[in-house]
Structures are given as C-alpha cells and as structure tokens.
Design a binder for this molecule. Structure first.
Ligand SMILES: NC(=O)c1ccc[n+]([C@@H]2O[C@H](COP(=O)([O-])OP(=O)(O)OC[C@H]3O[C@@H](n4cnc5c(N)ncnc54)[C@H](O)[C@@H]3O)[C@@H](O)[C@H]2O)c1
Length: 439
C-alpha cells in the first residue's frame, strides 16, 4: 500500500518506519524543514530505542521517504494519516489547528476513495468534523473515507509498543474501511478492536485518564502510608497480584508527566464539560498529580530548611520518564525551578535529555556528563527519573562522594534495606525515611 503520514514526531515517525518495515511504501511529511532534512540523512529528531536502525534500514531499501511538501504523496496515497500534535490550550482544550490544517491539505489532494486516518489524539466528534470540512467546506465531490485509529505507544518503548501493541483500535463508518485498515496492519498480527469513530476517539482518552487515575490513586495511598507507617511498595505488590487490579501503573512517585497524560486528562475534563458533565474524579486525579511535586519540595525543606541557600543539590534524571529525551511536562522542570527559587545551587545529570532540559531550566543549573560529577560535594540528591544507570548507581557511592549523603528519591529506585546497609539518609515516597538518626 502507499501510505502518506503528516507529522514526523513520535507517533508519525514510529508508525511510518514500522509500516515501511512491514513492506508498505511510506512517505512522511513534516512542516519542520530541519527535521525532514535530518530524517532524510537517517537522523531521528528524538531519542527512541531501536528507531535509528529501523529508519536507516528502510531508507536504504527506499521504502520510506521524507518531504516538506505533502501534495504529491497525498495525491498517490491509498491511506493518509494525520499524526500531528494536539497540544493543550490555556483552558485545557486540545488545540486542533494542526489537525485541521493537515486534513484540509489531504482533503484537497487525496485521490477518490482513499482513507484518511486520524492517529492524533482528538476530542470525540473530530473525525465527523473533518468529514464535514472535507466534503462540505472544501466542496470535495469524490469520496474520502475518514477513520479514527488512536495511538497507544509509549515514548521509550515506542517501536516495540507499535509492533507488539495490546490492540489496534480502528473506528470507521463502514466495514469496507475497517477491512482496508486491518489489511494495512495485517503483518503486525495484532488483535483489532473495530468500532465507530466516536468510540475509537473516546477509547484513547478513557485509557489515558484511567492510567492517570491509577497513578494518582497510588500517590494518595502513598501519602497515607507515610502517615501510618505502611510501605507503599509492599502495598502495591500485594494489590498488583490481584488479577482484577494488575501490577502496572501502581508505582508511587512525584507524579506523571509527558506529552500525553497531563494534556489528555485536562482535555477530557473539557470534553465532559461541553456535554454538561462535571468530571469530578478526573479533576481530583489532576490535582493530586500536581500536589505530588509540592509534597516532594516540602519534604526537602523539612529536612534542609525553609530556605535552601548554601545547599548544593544534584538532580538525577530530567526526562519525564526513562528511555526518552522528552522533557514535556516532566516533574523535574517545576521541581528545579522551585529549588532554585528557594536558593539552592543546582547541578543536573540525565543520560540523554540535558540539551532539551537546558532550554527549560534556570540558567544557573550546571550539567555534568556523569552521575559521579553531579553528586560530588552535594548536600542532597534528588532522584527525579528512574533511568537504569541511576537505579544501578550504588548507594554507598553517594556516601563516598557527597558532603552529606541525603537522598530524596522521587521514584523509589532503592529498597529501604539497601539504604540502611549503605548508611545513607534516604527519603522516598510512601515509605518510612531511613537515616542513621532515625534508626
Ligand atoms: N508522544 C506520544 O507518546 C503519543 C502517544 C500516543 C498518542 N500521541 C498523540 O499523537 C499526536 C502526535 O504526537 P507526537 O508526540 O508524535 O507529536 P510531536 O509534537 O512529536 O510531532 C508532531 C509533528 O507534526 C508536525 N506538523 C504539524 N503540522 C503539520 C502539518 N500540517 N503537516 C505535516 N506535519 C505537521 C510538527 O512539525 C511535528 O514535527 C498527538 O495528538 C499526541 O497526543 C502521542
């Protein structure tokens, strides 16, 4: 099949290389000239495990192409996909300007009978709106079938998530369109959920909102554990073994971030509001998430003082989660700003996200190439992302390198026993503090 994709971000690019790998002829289009130039040379614009190799192979075999102008690719494509951003507006709603821009370009160029697939996360009813824009506003006479195919990949494991997804959700108005999209994905050998367009759009929002709810729920349990002496890690293990609950997304921490959960939760609150439904549960989920960072700072202040002047604090991990250089809505950014405002001297380390983070962090933050350099001479360490090198960094090394070995672990990377054996002071989420003075 000939496939054209608008948007070479995480979703568009990963989908493009995976469909090329499956033997399709793929053209990815992006309005960002420098991104397209680098992609043509085989350089992905973001860090994503396995992406570079897959991109290189499919470029060499001429199954994938990149362009700034999509007209020719849109004219020839059997399937056109929209994978552009849907960022959050000031009021929490999804900004659909990029989606409609791409839809119009495709609506003008697409051949008769092609399928236009919306992969971007869009409010319920957007595919219907695109249908109206294409066939009424643009006055298109030939059919262009609009379908929803929301994306569930996670940054950091995007390739394997795409090739080994739990399910592919397709929403379309006719069986023929559903069958054509099933055929496009046939080589992936994945289970399909075939439904109508609105339900497909809702499945995406409901899934992200539910996962965000699990995280905030565990963070609330963690706060109660801290006050009652229970251990949230053991509570999560005990809960997760119940197959009705499952073990994933039960980790307490400094809260979710990234380009999806915060924006999609806010957008769903807005979507509900538009149909006069006050989504109180989801509003509480968002509030709890934002509060986690405040609690983390409060713990640091309780230990080091209300003002942090004279304290050198090492921040370990800046990306919103491991295996990505994405720092969008990463908890590290507001935490760093708060610590800076309180007077702390900050030094930061992340294996891949320091260049991106430098644009968002206070100018005075120093960056180091190793954990050792960041930690050396520090008065406290804040673990903000559970990268494997940070998790594997031996706790006794903090004792050897720091001025005083005080660790605030926002991701519960270590066991309390390890901390006790290493002789460090260790504050984590939802567990008792460990310190020679507490023992
Ligand atoms: N990032 C994720 O983990 C993830 C996962 C699932 C779903 N999603 C959703 O998928 C969508 C895309 O997310 P992303 O993270 O890939 O976005 P992104 O911001 O990384 O990339 C979007 C790209 O679209 C390009 N673009 C904008 N207008 C265009 C146009 N008219 N034609 C061609 N290109 C255009 C931009 O230049 C940019 O490169 C969003 O709706 C997002 O919510 C993202």
């Amino acid at each position: 099949m000939k496939i054209a994709i608008a948007g070479c971000g995480y979703v568009g690019l990963v989908t493009g290389v995976c469909l090329a790998e499956a033997g399709h002829e793929v053209t990815c289009v992006d309005i960002d000239r420098s991104k397209v130039k680098r992609l043509t040379q085989g350089i992905p614009p973001m860090y994503e495990p396995g992406l570079k190799q897959l991109l290189k192979r499919n470029l060499e075999q001429e199954r994938i192409h990149f362009h700034v102008n999509g007209k020719a690719a849109y004219e020839q494509a059997d399937v056109l996909m929209i994978a552009v951003g849907t960022p959050q507006q000031a009021d929490g709603q999804a900004d659909l300007q990029y989606v409609f821009q791409a839809a119009k370009e495709m609506g003008i160029a697409a051949k008769s009978g092609a399928v236009l697939v919306v992969k971007s996360t869009v409010p319920i009813g957007t595919c219907d709106q695109i249908d109206r824009v294409v066939h009424q506003e643009l006055g298109r006479n030939e059919p262009l079938y609009i379908a929803s195919n929301p994306e569930f990949l996670r940054e950091g494991s995007a390739i394997s998530d795409t090739l080994r997804a739990d399910r592919l959700v397709i929403g379309a108005e006719t069986k023929d369109v559903l069958d054509r999209l099933e055929e496009m994905y046939a080589d992936f050998h994945l289970p399909f959920v075939k439904t109508d367009r609105k339900s497909a759009e809702m499945i995406k929002y409901a899934s992200n909102a539910f996962l965000a709810t699990k995280i905030s729920f565990m963070n609330e349990i963690a706060s109660i554990c801290e006050r009652t002496g229970a251990d949230v890690e053991m509570v999560a293990e005990g809960m997760g073994l119940d197959h009705r609950i499952g073990p994933s997304f039960l980790r307490a921490g400094i809260g979710y971030g990234g380009s999806c959960f915060p924006k999609d939760a806010n957008a769903l609150v807005q979507i509900a509001g538009h149909v006069s439904h006050d989504f109180e549960l989801l509003k509480a989920v968002i509030k709890v998430n934002n509060h986690q960072r405040v609690c983390f700072i409060r713990t640091i202040q309780e230990r080091l003082g209300a003002k942090l002047e004279g304290n050198r604090i090492a921040l370990l991990g800046l990306s919103f989660k491991p295996n990505t250089d994405d720092i969008r809505e990463a908890p590290s950014i507001p935490i760093a700003h708060d610590l800076h405002q309180l007077g702390a001297e900050l030094v930061a380390y992340d294996p891949v996200a320091m260049r991106q983070a430098a644009c968002e962090l206070p100018d005075s933050v120093q960056f180091t190439q190793t954990i050792e350099e960041a930690v050396k001479g520090a008065d406290a360490v804040c673990i903000l992302t559970e990268w494997s090198d940070i998790q594997l960094f031996p706790l006794h090394s903090y004792k050897d390198l720091m001025r005083q070995p005080i660790i605030f672990d926002g991701r519960n990377c270590h066991s309390l026993q390890e901390a006790e054996q290493a002789g460090v002071e260790y504050h984590s989420i939802g567990r008792r503090p460990v310190s020679p003075i507490f023992m």
